[in-house]
Design a protein around this ligand. Structure first.
Ligand code: GLC
Ligand code: CA
Length: 571
């Protein structure tokens, strides 16, 4: 018993867990107003349970004027009425807990909405106690040329008080002043309030931006946002914040753009600020144009760097291939043409779900939802897409130009991952009985949950199997990481090992067949197939896949089909 207890303490729950990200607005509408809501999530908790999900990260559901879909919060302690009420939220937490699913919320504390009472007070002038909750410069001359991440200057002038405030994102999202201790205490009080309600942790939004450089600082040559991203000294605030988190048994995942693998142990090591962070190195490698090919070598290098840096207890990774800020992974890391889509989606799943860290699945990823072919510019909703469209139209405005922009948006816009969840073949993909707030991807007739639940060889069934594999083989949680053939332009091949035990993951990430020369460290032993995706979900006992059942000792080569994924266990 002593031992058991010690073991349990050494392995926190979130290391063995699988996370699922819900974008509430697009998940499931329960009342026909076309907008996803908390009731819609409650009704589908069973679906998540069957998939094997242990915790859910909810994108913001707080009161918000929705300039940036909830990332502009006007009241941290209230629920946006379009999603439901505080009572719905408490019910959701309870019902999820009854099923053994934890709930973590988005914590947006780099900025508020300009409609937040603090900002309204701040606009009253320098004497107002809330003025200093935000970041100001006197007069109307910009103190610098810093560019906002959402386009334009970071400065917005307020004539009434002859001052400008700083906003790293949209001008409706003024940045909070982390140098103000009262502001920080108010934020901590709010955090404790939520945790006392029984939520299980936070995904902390845009947290690497809370510290700003002195105004005269110039951006680095290749990086416009460097003056306000992971700026030296940020640790002082993060450490204070992490003390609040450590009062509770929760999980914390920081969104940490600009943090390098080298720096990661400071962020997520034993005394780190968070349990894990979403890094940006691998995710930024997606192909931006149709027919572009992915740089497999660069992807392996980026993922491998984080794997190695945090191995042997140095920290812990958050594993993800998709979220609400990037296009659909099957479209931009794989291939969404009908002949390849299922293979590519399952290849990507195999590749990242078995790495060391806690995997996150973004809603719809588990059925291989794809990018959207937008048909008119009004179909786009995202604030950054709109800004970009406006800018591009300013340079030139005609029908050809619009078509060009549509094509661009259909491959790069954040709206690609925000189209409604595809539940079944009924109207609007079963997402709503009303008019959906955002266009439904017409491919719901072939890509949807209901059909894939029935099919043993669907992407969804493959995800379930893969998750079960991860859950039953502790080596995928506790094992170390080693990769082979880093220069191979098509295949990612890595091993997880724990003492004598070894698992090998081999994935062809391209639409061409591939061949690898097996390194002696692999061919020195024989291996048996555990699972593969040709056909999808095939495994050793599967009569459909009599091939590649074994990697024989001294075997020199292994040939792979397009997007083939194979998982072997050492004999
Ligand atoms: C994060 C969110 C993104 C949001 C931004 C500003 O990057 O993921 O959706 O627009 O922060 O809050
Ligand atoms: Ca609704």
């Amino acid at each position: 018993m002593e031992d058991m207890h010690e073991k349990q303490q050494a392995m926190p729950w979130w290391k063995e867990a699988i996370g699922y990200q819900i974008y509430p607005k697009s998940f499931k509408d329960s009342n026909g107003d076309g907008i996803g809501d908390l009731q819609g999530i409650r009704k589908n908790l069973r679906y998540l349970k069957e998939l094997g999900i242990d915790f859910v990260w909810l994108n913001p559901v707080y009161a918000s004027p929705n300039v940036d879909n909830g990332y502009d919060i006007s009241d941290y302690q209230d629920i946006n009425p379009e999603f439901g009420t505080m009572e719905d939220m408490l019910k959701l937490i309870d019902e999820a807990h009854d099923l053994g699913i934890k709930i973590i919320m988005d914590l947006v504390i780099n900025h508020t909405s300009d409609q937040h009472p603090w900002f309204k007070e701040a606009l009253q002038g320098k004497d107002n106690p809330y003025h200093d909750y935000y970041i100001w410069a006197d007069g109307n001359d910009k103190p610098n040329q810093w560019e906002s991440i959402f386009g334009g200057s970071v400065w917005e002038y307020v004539p009434a008080i002859d001052q400008q405030y700083l906003h790293v994102f949209a001008k409706e999202q003024p940045d909070l002043n982390w140098e103000n201790p009262n502001m920080r205490q108010d934020i901590y009080t709010m955090i404790r309030w939520w945790l006392d309600l029984g939520i299980d942790g936070f995904r902390i939004d845009a947290i690497s931006h809370i510290k700003k450089s002195p105004w005269h600082t110039k951006p680095k040559k290749d990086w416009a946002y460097s003056p306000f991203t992971n700026v030296k000294g940020i640790g002082v605030y993060l450490r204070e914040l992490s003390k609040v988190f450590k009062e509770y048994d929760i999980v914390t995942v920081g969104e940490a753009s600009g943090v390098t693998a080298e720096q990661a142990p400071e962020w997520v090591g034993k005394d780190g600020y968070f349990n894990m962070i979403f890094e940006f190195e691998h995710i930024s490698l997606w192909k931006r144009e149709k027919n572009d090919t992915m740089d497999v070598v660069a992807l392996k290098k980026a993922l491998g760097r984080w794997q190695k840096r945090l191995d042997y207890g140095q920290g812990w990774n958050a594993l993800y291939m998709e979220n609400h800020d990037v296009p659909r992974s099957v479209s931009v890391f794989g291939n969404d043409q009908p002949v390849y889509r299922e293979k590519a989606a399952t290849a990507l799943a195999t590749m990242y779900l078995l790495l060391q860290g806690t995997p996150f699945i973004y809603q719809g990823q588990e059925i291989g939802m794809t990018n959207m072919t937008f048909r008119s510019l009004d179909e786009l909703d995202d604030v950054t897409a709109k800004n970009q469209i406006e800018e591009l139209l300013q340079m030139e405005d005609n029908e050809d130009r619009k078509l060009e922009i549509l094509e661009l948006m259909s491959s790069i816009s954040r709206d690609n991952s925000r189209t409604p969840m595809q539940w079944n073949t009924s109207e609007n993909a079963g997402f709503t009985t009303g008019k959906p707030w955002m266009v439904v991807n017409p491919n719901y007739t072939t890509i949807n949950v209901a059909e894939q639940t029935q099919q043993p060889t669907s992407i969804l069934s493959y995800y379930k199997k893969l998750i079960q594999l991860r859950k039953t083989q502790n080596i995928f949680v506790s094992g170390h990481y080693h990769d082979y053939l880093p220069k191979h332009p098509q295949v990612y091949i890595y091993e997880r090992f724990l003492e004598e035990d070894r698992m090998l993951v081999v994935v062809n990430l391209t639409k061409e067949p591939a061949e690898i020369n097996l390194p002696t460290a692999i061919s020195g032993q024989s291996w048996s197939l555990v699972m593969g995706n040709h056909p999808i979900g095939s495994h050793a006992a599967d009569p459909l896949s009599p091939f590649k059942q074994q990697l024989k000792e001294k075997q020199k080569k292994l040939a792979l089909e397009p997007y083939e994924a194979l998982i072997y266990h050492v004999n």
